[in-house]
Every structure is written in C-alpha cells, then in structure tokens.
Design a protein around this ligand. Structure first.
Ligand code: G16
Length: 543
C-alpha cells in the first residue's frame, strides 16, 4: 500500500453553508471534488497526523464510496484511527455522541440532511469538532481557505476496507474500528429518560406511529421504541434506510410526511405520531388531530423538562435560533431562565452548551436538542415527548391547549420559495436591507411597524461576531416578519419568510395559523415585494 500524492487545483464553490458542504451528488462525484474538500478539512484543522476521527453518514447514495475515499485519505495523512459506523452508517446525533464519548479529534458526517438523496439528488460532507458539534464559522472559514490554496491531496492506494463487520482492522498504519451505530446512542437515551415509565405507557395501550422516512433513524427507532420500550411491532414505519430514501424527501414536515399527517388526522389515529429526517437530527411531532410546530414543541419541552430524569434539577438556560418563534421566550420568562437568540445553524449553540449557559435549544426548522450531544437530535425529542406523555397522561392536543392557555400562543409559519433565481433573491434582500431604516412608523397591511433591522450575533462566550443573519421587521402587538436566504439549498436560492404573531387572550385563540397570520403574510409581501421580485404567486412549501 503506497501513499499517492495527487496534483489538484482549487475547485470553485467549496464554501461550507449553514451545515457543511452540500451539492448535487454528481458534483461531489466529479474527479477530485470530494478529495479536495477532505484534504482541505485536514489542512484547515492542523493536519490529520496522529488524530482519531469518527466517520459515518445517513446511508444516502455515494456515502459508501465516499467513506472508502475518506478512510484512504485519513490513512495517507497519518491519522491514528477512524471509528466508523457499520456500513458507514451513523445518525448525526449518534456521530456527535461518539465524537464526545471517545474523546476524538472530531468527525466527518456524510449527509445532506433532509435534502433528497440519489444519483441526481444531494450529497454533503460536514466536519464536526472535538466537542461533537458542527464546526463553528472560524473553523469552516479556515477549511474554505484551504480549498482555495490546495495543490495536492494524499490518498492511500488500497482495496476497500470491510465496513460490514464489527471490529478493528488496519488500513496502512491506521486503525479502522467498525462499531454498532445504535448501541452507544441507545445507552445514552437510557441515561436521560425514564424508560420504565415509557414502557408502562405502551403497556397501557398507548399507540405511536414513527415514520423514519426510509432514512437513518429507522434502525435506531426500531431498536429503542419497539425493541426496548415495547411499542407494538410495526409502530416504526419506513424503517429501512435506502440510498434514495425510497424516492422521497426525508424532511419531517406536514408536506413531506403527508402520510403520517393523514394517519394522525384520520379515523382511529394513534395517540402519537413522529418523524425524523435523512440523518436523524430533525423531528416532527404530531398528536391525534394536533400538529405541533417545532417552535411550540421546543417551548413545551422547556416547560415540562423537569419531568425528565436528566433535566429534573432544572435547566441552566435555553436557546433558539433567531427565526424560531418566541414561544420559548415566554416559558423562559416564567421560569426565570436565560434565553439566548442565535443565528440559524446548530453550530451557534455549541459555545452556549459547552459553557453551561444553556441546556435545551431548538430551531423552527424541526431541530431540538440538549447538552447531551452537540447536534440536534430527532429521536431524543420523540423520547422527550414520550417521557412527558408518560408522566402527564394527557393527549398531545390537551397539552398544547393548556400550554397556550398559560403562556399565550405564538402563531407561526414559514413560507419557502425554492430554486428562485439567485440574482432575483439577492436583489430582494438587498432592496429590503436598504429600506430597513425607513420602515419604523409606517403602516403596512393595517399593521404599524415598530422596528426593523438586520440580525447580527455576538457570541457571549468567545466574542465572535456574525453579521448579516437575516432581516427582521417587528410590528405592533408582537408580530414579526423575518427574511433570509437558506444556506442549505443546492439549486438557485431559497427564500425563507418566517411569520409570527402572538395572541395572549385565551378567548381569541384560533386553530388555523395561516388565517391568524393573514395580515402578517400580506405585510411581508408588500414590504419585500415577494411576488413581484420572485415571479411566484405562492410559496413552494408552507410549514
Ligand atoms: C441545518 C442547520 C440548522 C438550520 C437548517 C436550515 O439543518 O443545522 O441549524 O436551521 O439547516 O438552514 P437554512 O435555513 O440555512 O437552509 P440540517 O438539518 O439541514 O442539518
């Protein structure tokens, strides 16, 4: 086995986005594309020499090939060891846990998360740091710089490593340890939650439907929900990960998990429904006839956290991304907890969790997590809900109604305009940015604008500054419009419009968020000229 030095040139566009480098799979499969980026990870983080990494992914198309390339490159650059999930499978939260538990130098996760997979769909590579979390901006910037300076990469000439059987083997001078992807994660969940209580809930006849969306959570959910907790066989559906996620879009929201929504709103619905995404870090929660928005779910978990053994002593603080609704803030206020507002991207929670300032965090984009790992965690959120339900023995709908009656309801929706012409999307944002200072005092669609700004974040732990993190327009009565361009899309630009309004009068609570938000939606369109500038009459996805 010999180390090959392959000459290469910088490839345009290898700047990691909100969560790693995501591109169409054929782009990643181009000669040198993956190799350049992996070499840049080593070069941008002080080299791979003597280091130990975790490697895994969500099983999407090309992941098995990419794993072999990454292993050969790690060996060629002198890494000491790589811990790999069997068949190169690891959910994102399980990878985060392994990175921490084994005190490694970081890990590489091969996933494009909730984006579809397949020969013509999406692939992605993300580097996580030794704390188990996504690399912060300072690190991704160094990796990006390294992609621009690259002139060669190192790769071992060798056969494929057997990743299908557990145990250790060597590749060149490097150890490759193949581990069960589920075991360590299941053990962690057992430490956090009251499994006996949840088991008793299932024994009482409680029914769950967990839709793994043909993605990585299937084996985890089968082992934990059906295997350990006694949910009836068949409770976990679409449980076998497939390279193209069964041809579907593994994004747990009412649009892409429509089957689950239909079941939960149909006759004889189970008590509880849930779904997770491609790499297992997102979650969707739905009760019988009751969809719970991610923002509301986060607030409910914070309000009920002390029912869970690991959080029984109370939370240190909570955090949410800026576009996430302020339902969490109301709970934090009432519990006297610090509530941090960060830019979009799980990486921004890392410092708060590491510093012990926050225990629980979450995002409107279906991500919820805690300080147990440094990624959001889909199945953990489902177990959290189950633990709460096992204690309260009320329906999801009743829990939501009681929550809104106590804290008020933050109506919330996100409207996505996908694959918009990039110039048009940037033009829209630039034009609105230029008008922000003039907006306060104006009345649009019957709403008086109180403030408008562009969100920037100063990390309270390391003092780093992140500018241009979304445009915000605040209206009277606690209304809010946020606009930003997605950092995870792979085609054109995706414009995200986040809409929120608060109702604190229990007598005026209504069911349909779109109706409750009608004036906010109209104001957003008028203020930003969405229809006119994008040429779209309606959003592609409403969540
Ligand atoms: C990633 C990030 C999240 C972010 C989401 C959407 O999630 O980790 O923090 O909220 O993307 O980001 P954007 O609005 O820029 O598309 P995931 O699940 O895709 O890794």
């Amino acid at each position: 086995m010999s180390v090959q030095r392959i000459s290469t040139k910088p490839i345009e566009g290898q700047k990691p986005g909100t969560s790693g480098l995501r591109k169409k799979t054929p782009v990643f499969m181009q000669p040198h594309y993956l190799e350049n980026f992996v070499q840049a990870i080593w070069n941008g983080t002080g080299g791979a020499e003597g280091k130990t990494y975790v490697l895994g992914g969500d099983g999407r198309y090309f992941g098995d090939r990419a794993a072999q390339v990454i292993l050969r490159m790690a060996a060629a650059s002198g890494a000491k060891k790589v811990i790999v999930g069997q068949n190169a499978i690891l959910s994102t939260p399980a990878a985060s846990h392994l990175i921490r538990k084994r005190q490694t130098d970081g890990g590489i996760i091969m996933s494009a998360s909730h984006n579809p997979g397949g020969p013509k769909e999406d692939f992605g590579v993300k580097f996580n740091t030794p704390n188990g979390g996504p690399a912060p901006e300072g690190v991704t910037e160094k990796i990006f710089q390294a992609t621009k300076d690259i002139s060669e990469y190192l790769i071992l000439e060798s056969q494929d490593v057997d990743l299908s059987t557990l145990g250790s083997r060597t590749l060149g001078g490097m150890e490759v340890e193949v581990v069960d992807p589920v075991a360590d994660y299941a053990e962690l969940m057992r430490e956090i939650f009251d499994f006996d209580k949840i088991r008793a809930l299932f024994q009482s006849g409680f029914r769950i439907r967990f839709d793994a969306m043909h993605a990585v959570t299937g084996p985890y959910a089968k082992a934990i929900l059906e295997g350990e907790l006694g949910a009836p066989a068949g409770s976990v559906v679409n449980a076998v990960p497939s390279p193209d996620f069964g041809g579907g879009h593994p994004d747990p929201n009412p649009i892409w998990a429509k089957d689950l929504m239909d079941t939960m709103f149909g006759a004889d619905a189970p008590d509880f429904g849930a779904a997770s995404d491609g790499d297992g870090d997102r979650n969707m929660i739905v009760g019988r006839n009751a969809y719970v928005t991610p923002s509301d779910s986060l607030a409910v978990l914070a309000a009920n956290a002390t029912l869970v053994p690991a959080y029984a002593g109370g939370l240190k603080g909570v955090a949410r991304s800026m576009p996430t609704s302020k339902a969490l803030d109301r709970v934090a206020d009432s519990l006297g907890l610090a509530c941090y507002e960060t830019p979009t991207g799980w990486k921004f929670f890392g410092n708060l969790l590491d510093a012990g300032r926050a225990t629980l965090c979450g995002e409107e984009s279906a991500g919820t997590g805690s300080d147990h790992v440094r990624e959001k965690d889909g199945l953990w959120a489902v177990l959290f809900w189950l633990n709460v339900l096992a204690e309260r023995r009320e329906s999801v709908a009743d829990i939501m109604a009681a929550h809104w009656a106590k804290y008020g309801r933050n109506y919330y929706s996100r409207h996505d305009y996908e694959a918009v012409d990039s110039a048009a999307a940037n033009g829209l944002v630039d034009a609105l940015r230029a008008r922000l200072a003039d907006l306060p005092g104006q009345t649009v669609a019957g709403l008086r604008i109180e403030a408008a700004d562009e969100f920037a974040y100063d990390d309270p732990v390391d003092g780093s500054h992140s500018a241009a993190q979304g445009l915000r327009v605040m209206t009277e009565g606690g209304g809010r419009i946020v606009l930003r361009l997605s950092g995870t899309g792979t085609e054109g630009a995706t414009l995200r419009v986040y809409l929120e309004r608060v109702e604190t009068d229990p007598a005026r609570l209504q069911d349909d968020p779109q109706a409750a938000l009608a004036s906010i939606i109209a104001a957003a369109d008028q203020i930003a000229g969405i229809r006119e500038r994008t040429g779209r009459e309606a959003p592609d996805v409403i969540t």
